[in-house]
Design a protein around this ligand. Structure first.
Ligand SMILES: NC(=O)c1ccc[n+]([C@@H]2O[C@H](COP(=O)([O-])OP(=O)(O)OC[C@H]3O[C@@H](n4cnc5c(N)ncnc54)[C@H](OP(=O)(O)O)[C@@H]3O)[C@@H](O)[C@H]2O)c1
Length: 437
C-alpha cells in the first residue's frame, strides 16, 4: 500500500539559470522523487535581487523574495539549495542556515573551496548535512562516487578535465583557430563569460581540484595549495607540436597522493592520444579516478549548464531527505591531516620546447644539462626555425625541481635563443608503447 507523501518545504537562495532549473526538475520529476523517497519537495521561497525580473520557469506568486530573513526565520523550511554564487553574502547565509539546523545543498565551488572548514563546522554545530555535488563538474556525479561507491578503494590519483570553457578553446585551436578566435567563439556560444579570467586563468579548475582532492584523500586541501597555470600561454605551435607527437594539449587538473603527501595542480599538459582524457572534446568534462582496488574509473559528461547542474543539486536534496537521521556518511569528508608535497618533488614525463642556435655540439650540451639534473631524453624532434633550431623534447619521468634547474641552466647557455617552455605529459603508456624507444 502506498503511503502518503511527506512534504518537505524547500527554499532556494538564487533563482537564476540553476535555481529556476532546480525548481523545474522538482516539479517535473516530483512523482519520481516521491516514489524514490516518499517525500514531495516543494519550493516555497526563492531569494533573488529583483522579484520583477522575467524568470525561465515561473514560481508561484509570493515565492520570490529579496529578504533572506524570510528564508532563515521560517521554521517550516526543511531544506535550502544555495544557487546564487559568489562568496558573500552567500557564505554568511549558508553559515546561518547550517548553524540554525537547516541542511544545505550548494553549487558554489569557490565558497566551498575557500571556506570549507567553517561551513562544515557550522553543519556539525547544527547537526545537519551540507552537500555539494554540483560544485564540481555539474552533472557528473563524481563526489558521490568518491564518497560512497569508492569509499574502500584508496583513491590516490584524480586526473580531470574540469573546465569546459578551456577545453572548448583548446579543441577549437586544434581545429585551426588562434587562441583569440577560439575564445571569441566560446563567448559567442555562451561557453565563456564576458570576463573569462576565472576560466582561462585556471582559477575555476583550481577550486574544483581542491574540492576533489579533499574528498578523494579525506584531508583538507586548501585552494592555495593548487599550483595554477591557465591556457593564455598556449600557442598554435604547442598544439601543432603535440599533434605531431600524437598528443593533445588539454588543461589538466591533477591531485596526487605521494607517500601520504598531496600534490595539486592545474595547467596545460600534453595528453597522449590513447589516454581516456584525450577524447574529451569541446565543453565536456571528465574525471579519472585511480585507486588500489579499482585501477581506474573515468566519468565523463556535461560539466556546466542549468539543467545539468540542477540535476546534481536535486540529487543532493534527495540524498538529504533519504538519509536524514540514519547517520549514513559523516558530513565532512575530512578525517585526516595530510601535508603538501614540497614544490618540485612531483615526477612526470615532460615536453620541452627549446629554441637554440643551429650548430654542431648544441644537442650534446643540452643533453648534458638535462642529464646533470637526472632528466633523460625519450624523444627529440628538431625543426628548422628562422636562423635557429626549435627542439621538441619528451623526457622520461623526472622530478619537476630537477627539470626547472636544468631549464634555468639551458636558458643561460650562450647557444640558447630564449623560448624555453615545459609542459607535463599525461600518458599511461611507456616510452616503448609510444614507439619512441
Ligand atoms: N550555470 C552553470 O552552468 C553552473 C554550473 C556549475 C555551477 N554553477 C554554480 O551555480 C551557482 C548559480 O549559478 P547561475 O548560473 O544560476 O547564476 P545566475 O544565473 O547568475 O543566478 C544567480 C541568482 O542568484 C541571485 N542573487 C545573486 N546575488 C544575490 C544577492 N546578493 N541577493 C539575493 N539574490 C542574489 C540572482 O538574483 P536575480 O535573478 O534577481 O539577479 C539570481 O537569481 C553559482 O555558484 C555557479 O558557480 C553554475
Amino acid at each position: 500500500m502506498r503511503r502518503e507523501a511527506i512534504d518537505v518545504r524547500v527554499a532556494l537562495l538564487g533563482y537564476g539559470t540553476v535555481g529556476a532549473a532546480v525548481h523545474r526538475l522538482l516539479e517535473e520529476q516530483g512523482d519520481e522523487i516521491e516514489r524514490a523517497t516518499g517525500h514531495r519537495l516543494r519550493v516555497v521561497r526563492a531569494l533573488v535581487r529583483d522579484t520583477a525580473r522575467e524568470r525561465g520557469f515561473s514560481p508561484d506568486a509570493g515565492v520570490l523574495t529579496t529578504d533572506f530573513a524570510a528564508v532563515r526565520d521560517d521554521p517550516a523550511i526543511g531544506l535550502v539549495a544555495e544557487v546564487m554564487g559568489g562568496l558573500e553574502p552567500a557564505g554568511e547565509y549558508v553559515l546561518e542556515l547550517l548553524r540554525g539546523g537547516t541542511p544545505v545543498v550548494t553549487a558554489n565551488k569557490q565558497l566551498l573551496a575557500r571556506r570549507g572548514p567553517e561551513l562544515f563546522e557550522a553543519a556539525a554545530a547544527g547537526a545537519v548535512q551540507l552537500r555539494f555535488e554540483a560544485s564540481v563538474c555539474a552533472a557528473i556525479p563524481v563526489i558521490k562516487v568518491l564518497r560512497e561507491s569508492l569509499v574502500a578503494s584508496n583513491v590516490h590519483r584524480v586526473l580531470g578535465i574540469v573546465n569546459g570553457t578551456t577545453n572548448f578553446i583548446l579543441s577549437a585551436m586544434e581545429a585551426g583557430s588562434t587562441y583569440g578566435e577560439a575564445l571569441a567563439e566560446a563567448q559567442r556560444l555562451g561557453y565563456a563569460e564576458a570576463d573569462p579570467a576565472e576560466d582561462v586563468g585556471g582559477l575555476d579548475a583550481a577550486a574544483k581540484t581542491a574540492i576533489l582532492a579533499t574528498v578523494a584523500f579525506g584531508s583538507r586541501v586548501p585552494v592555495e595549495w593548487v599550483d595554477v597555470e591557465g591556457i593564455e600561454g598556449v600557442t598554435r605551435e604547442h598544439v601543432a607540436a603535440a599533434r605531431a607527437m600524437e598528443m593533445h594539449v588539454k588543461l589538466v587538473a591533477r591531485a596526487t597522493l605521494v607517500d601520504e603527501r598531496v600534490d595539486v595542480r592545474v595547467g596545460p599538459a600534453l595528453v597522449d592520444s590513447h589516454h581516456p582524457l584525450a577524447a574529451i572534446e569541446g565543453a565536456f568534462n571528465a574525471v579519472m579516478l585511480q585507486g588500489d582496488a579499482i585501477r581506474e574509473i573515468t566519468l565523463e559528461g556535461p560539466g556546466a549548464g542549468g539543467l545539468e547542474t540542477a540535476s546534481a543539486v536535486v540529487a543532493d536534496m534527495v540524498s538529504i531527505v533519504g538519509t536524514t537521521g540514519t547517520g549514513f556518511l559523516q558530513n565532512d569528508p575530512v578525517w585526516r591531516d595530510l601535508e603538501q608535497l614540497p614544490a618540485g618533488e612531483l615526477t612526470s614525463p615532460w615536453y620541452l620546447r627549446l629554441e637554440v642556435e643551429d650548430r654542431a655540439g648544441v644537442l650534446a650540451r643540452l643533453a648534458h644539462e638535462l642529464a646533470a639534473e637526472g632528466v633523460s631524453v625519450a624523444r627529440l624532434v628538431q625543426q628548422p626555425g628562422d636562423g635557429h633550431a626549435v627542439l621538441h623534447v619528451v623526457t622520461h619521468e623526472a622530478p619537476q625541481g630537477g627539470l626547472e634547474r636544468a631549464l634555468a641552466a639551458i636558458r643561460s647557455l650562450p647557444e640558447s635563443r630564449g623560448g624555453v617552455s615545459a609542459l607535463p605529459v599525461v600518458s599511461d603508456r611507456g616510452i616503448e608503447d609510444l614507439g619512441w624507444a
